[in-house]
Design a protein around this ligand. Sequence first.
Ligand code: SAM
Length: 221
Amino acid sequence: MRMQPTEHPGIYKKNDKLFTQNPTTCKGTRVYNEQLIMEDGVEYRSWNPFRSKLAAALLKGLPLNVPTDAQILYLGAATGTTVSHLSDILINGTLYAVESSPIATIKLVHVCEKRLNIIPIVSDANHPERYQHIVPPVDLIYQDISQRNQADIFIRNMKTYLKANGSGLIMVKARSIDVALRPKQAYELVCSSLKKQGGNIRRTIELAPFEKDHAAIYLTR
Ligand code: SAM
């Protein structure tokens, strides 16, 4: 089977696996040992749903469309696994990648060396005002930080940066919210906190079998 475009701009499928296009500046370069496939002179990178919750959510039917010129604020960039695929998609956009761990940021900065649409920011997402001199209003806020207060952190960033017609995607690890709750109760707790603070919940998608006891919450303002 040949590579097929999907309904999501910049995302392709082959044999039920997701791919993004490796930019020419990164030809032959892997970020996390992903598979590279060359077809008609274009290099594609496999997008592993066991390594990236965004790939898992897309395979489970997330209706999110990221335009190729979007401005994205990414909270919890880690070493750049998911960031690198969003970077492939954003041909004319920019990704502001916030990460609090200086050690993870060392690898993230390597990823950014050949991907000029990523701006790495070492900062604590609890304090969105600290990166206000760098980040403009954005179309999407993506959050993957596994913190108990992640709904509050998201809302603070939403109020500071999300455009009126923008959307948010929050990855929730049930155990990080409350170990005593069943996963569904933990997701409901996060949703109700988001709703109380002005979030408009569109979908909650459980990420099993790719990530057990995790869900993606998709919302708008
Ligand atoms: N999103 C990454 C990916 O798919 O490649 C994985 C993110 S990992 C699950 C969570 C990351 O969030 C860690 O690297 C951690 O250092 C970071 N983090 C946790 N709390 C944070 C905070 N308050 N501000 C910024 N980053 C934070």
